[in-house]
Design a protein around this ligand. Sequence first.
Ligand SMILES: Cc1cc2nc3c(=O)[nH]c(=O)nc-3n(C[C@H](O)[C@H](O)[C@H](O)COP(=O)(O)OP(=O)(O)OC[C@H]3O[C@@H](n4cnc5c(N)ncnc54)[C@H](O)[C@@H]3O)c2cc1C
Length: 379
Amino acid sequence: MLANSVPPAPATAANAWRERARALSDRDIRPLAVQIDRDDRVPDTVVHALSNAGFLGLGIPETLGGTGGDARSMVAVLEELSRASAAVAVLVAVHLSVCAAPILQHGTDEQRQRYLPPLARGELLGAFALTEPNAGSDTARLAARYARDGPDFVLNGTKMFISNAIPAGVTLVFATSNPDLGHQGISAFILPPGTAGCSVAQRLDKMGLRGSETTELVIDHARLPATCLLGAEGTGLRVALGALTGGRVGIASCALGVAQAAFDEMLGHVRDDDADWKRTRLARAFADLAAARALVERAAERKDAGQSYATEASVAKLVASRAAVAIASSGVDVAGPEGVRSGATPERLLRDARVFPIVEGTTEIQELILARNLLEGTD
Ligand SMILES: Cc1cc2nc3c(=O)[nH]c(=O)nc-3n(C[C@H](O)[C@H](O)[C@H](O)COP(=O)(O)OP(=O)(O)OC[C@H]3O[C@@H](n4cnc5c(N)ncnc54)[C@H](O)[C@@H]3O)c2cc1C
């Protein structure tokens, strides 16, 4: 018998988090999914609900105001949120995986105490600003510059396609002191809320993940005290790549949620009309979904066990984002003309799914990482 949902599993902390996320999604998010997509905005009420449920503090220790939880709990929560609204899930994934997690990992005690409690409570949203108009996959082309000025750092540059970047939040930003130094020139900084000289130049209109705000961030002579340097000077690329490894597990979980939602929809249609070709599509979707789920869980398990997980994170992101696109696309076929009408769930899921192969490292970049890890034994 085909499962139309996540199979029952023994009671674990991750399953308790999953149940909580599913209940909140059913009550507070799914009814707003069409509105979020149409208005390209996640309402504040949803952010408050996420915060009250403790989802914005996942992975942050309770001693720092967080709700703890391991990687398996995080992937369960992100998947359940994404089943209801991929935009909401991506907002949470970015906040946790590529902002809070690197501050926890590389921050000083002062930085952790200052930023993690308000991030965990959802008073501040977290963002990560690496990509630039001419530097995405190729970080060697990073053009944002920083220079020392007395005890301070002064930053200049333009960052593109930045999720959650609001001046009132916390943004990790990456800049070079000298492009000739290559990767050794790159440092990571924490942009505190309200940093003078930082502004959102434009909000980018997208086909999918609408509601997860994506912006162009301009940094014009932003003066930061030395306490904003994250990690040692010159180690910014290591901070960024480590964050992206964790981020890939998060984005893979969001893709899995969209794949599951598309499968759930398809199952409903095939129950109404079980033409042979539709049954075949359903079976194929089930296999893709099962493979994606196993890989996402494996990456999270390795992370929880303290094992290297870069290869597993890349495989999970690659396969889950492909599965989301394939299942959502089949979902549109199976739904027929009603599935492509604006506001119909199948068309929204397909638009959302199509963004996952790009974010947090494109499919081609995951393939390059995998080939390197396999051939050179690095991870
Ligand atoms: C919705 C959304 C949210 C995002 N959020 C953030 C964010 O919060 N923070 C952030 O820093 N960035 C963010 N990004 C940017 C994202 O990470 C980049 O778009 C992505 O890394 C690709 O970079 P690029 O757009 O410059 O494309 P490019 O790097 O120019 O790539 C263009 C194409 O060429 C391919 N390609 C590039 N190099 C190679 C190669 N060596 N071999 C084979 N193929 C190659 C790529 O796979 C891609 O298909 C977001 C993007 C989107 C769409």
